[in-house]
Design a protein around this ligand. Structure first.
Ligand SMILES: [Zn+2]
Ligand SMILES: [Zn+2]
Length: 504
């Protein structure tokens, strides 16, 4: 089966890459596409039946570093064997990586037109497992591989010219309603870069770009041996191809799903796989996959009017105050925030007046804009005020906000001074927001209400206390706080006395 005949019958890619854009100029579009086909190998490209590529590289995650203007967080090396059968849009990725504080992981990911599955250690803190991919992981993985291997994108467009159009000298490939732009070198016919606008859950409209260089020819087909992925202008992935085999014999069962693995296609998650592609792929590479939505909210009252909201991977605190509810931590995305508001409506019945993200890391803060749009003030560390001002007014055209900001409702960005505190006052339940020095991020804060101390990432009740947790007890003593319970942004709760005893 060749690329030509194969890609035509791909149900998944047909769904993924639907033709909606009419060619702006038939002549130049044909010209751009034909130039790229010829530049990448002509018939040798169109007759590809299989590929095997050995790569090594580095992956990092946006908005997981020390500060939002600095480099992406947790850069980690990986080596990968990529096996491809273009006739069934099948990719098998066998990866060894060291991401997140040196935890080594081995993982196999297989995606085909029928879905995908994972086999190995997908999560830093979970044992290895074998499971179907959710559709967001499946589609984002497939799209990521097409972006890393532009020959396959071009071969696909050549067989499905309805998905291709032109804007001047740019080739535009329609990804299910989301335009992907490709710059074709006029002299060589090779793509120099592609880019598209994605919806980062925190930053919203965010440019994702892949650049190709150091081309080599193998059996008549052109391959970039250096690929660099930029997201929000920052390098999040650099990959070097160490060996490339064209049309190798692949084991016939290489892409087969194990018995009992039956992926289910979910169109809402598939769309998320496109618009959140880079976010999903980088968190998966970090070993903290963000696949699927997390609308399940479980509330536990830890002190009068102080609720620990769990039920997913990332938790919040809801504190009942006279002027409304203060929500401490707005993790994941606006789907999670809307679920938290539903829980508050059902169990407290007051509007959310304040939202306090503990730090800017995307997985802990991307839901804050939802509360802000619904009239809440946001309380952030002084170091990141400009970042938050930018995030709150960022354009969000790829995925429009669930709720537009109400007209005439004042919302403020309040700041906690570096090294200091900010109190959201209340006669019964004042909320104290306190900075804490840590290596985790330059804007980390701990929050106290009703004797409950909310701590995120530097300690998670139920997991061992590492060196990151050491500053907590001295900071609480310095502030003169009386704490009964520590509640985690991850994990559960622990009595203060038990926690303090870990640091004699
Ligand atoms: Zn963090
Ligand atoms: Zn975390």
């Amino acid at each position: 089966m060749t690329v030509r005949s194969g890609l035509l019958r791909l149900s998944l890619i047909a769904a993924l890459l639907v033709a909606v854009l009419a060619p702006a100029s038939e002549a130049s579009h044909q010209d751009n596409l034909e130039k790229a086909v010829q530049g990448l190998g002509g018939d040798a490209l169109l007759n590809l039946t299989s590929l095997r590529i050995e790569s090594s590289g580095t992956r990092a995650t946006l908005d997981e570093g020390d500060d939002p203007d600095g480099p992406p967080g947790y850069p980690g090396p990986y080596t990968m064997t990529t096996s491809v059968d273009p006739s069934q849009a099948a990719f098998r990725l066998d990866t060894d990586m060291v991401s997140f504080v040196g935890i080594p992981r081995t993982l196999t990911e297989v995606v085909t037109e029928d879905g995908g599955y994972l086999d190995g250690q997908d999560n830093n803190f979970a044992p290895p497992f074998t499971a179907p991919m959710l559709s967001d992981r499946h589609v984002s993985t497939l799209l990521h591989q097409l972006l890393l291997h532009p020959q396959l994108l071009i071969a696909f467009a050549a067989d499905n010219p309805d998905v291709a159009s032109s804007q001047g000298r740019l080739l535009v490939i329609d990804i299910d309603g989301h335009p992907l732009y490709m710059a074709i070198n006029r002299a060589t016919g090779r793509p120099s870069r592609v880019w598209m606008l994605e919806s980062d859950p925190l930053r919203r409209d965010t440019r994702m770009e892949v650049r190709y260089s150091d081309w080599t020819e193998v059996d008549g087909v052109q391959f970039p041996t250096e690929v660099v992925v930029r997201y929000a202008g920052k390098v999040v992935q650099e990959e070097t191809r160490n060996s490339i085999e064209v049309n190798p014999a692949l084991a016939p069962d290489l892409f087969d799903f194990p018995a009992g693995i039956t992926p289910v296609f979910d169109p809402v998650l598939a769309e998320r796989g496109i618009v959140n592609h880079q976010y999903l792929q980088s968190f998966a590479a970090l070993g903290f996959p963000r696949d699927g939505f997390q609308p399940n909210v479980i509330g536990a009252e830890l002190a009068t009017g102080v609720y620990h909201l769990t039920g997913g991977t990332h938790h919040s605190l809801a504190v009942v105050q006279e002027g409304g509810v203060t929500v401490v931590e707005a993790p994941l995305d606006e789907v999670r925030s809307a679920a938290i508001v539903d829980w508050i409506d059902a169990n407290i019945g007051l509007p959310v007046a304040h939202v306090v993200p503990s730090h800017f890391h995307a997985d802990h803060s991307a839901g804050a804009r939802y509360f802000f749009n619904n009239g809440a003030d946001i309380v952030v560390h002084q170091n990141v005020k400009q970042f938050w001002a930018k995030v709150m007014r960022a354009r969000s055209t790829v995925v429009p906000d669930r709720d537009e900001p109400p007209r005439g409702v004042l919302r403020r960005i309040a700041t906690v001074p570096a090294g200091g505190s900010y109190v959201i006052d209340d006669p019964v339940n004042p909320v104290g927001v306190h900075t804490i020095e840590s290596d985790h991020s330059s804007d980390l804060m701990i929050v106290e209400a009703g004797g409950v101390l909310f701590v995120v990432d530097i300690f998670s009740p139920g997991l061992p206390a590492g060196p990151d947790a050491a500053p907590i007890v001295p900071r609480v003593l310095e502030l003169g706080l009386t704490i009964d319970t520590v509640a985690g942004g991850h994990g559960g709760t622990i009595p203060w006395s038990d926690f303090a005893a870990l640091f004699p």
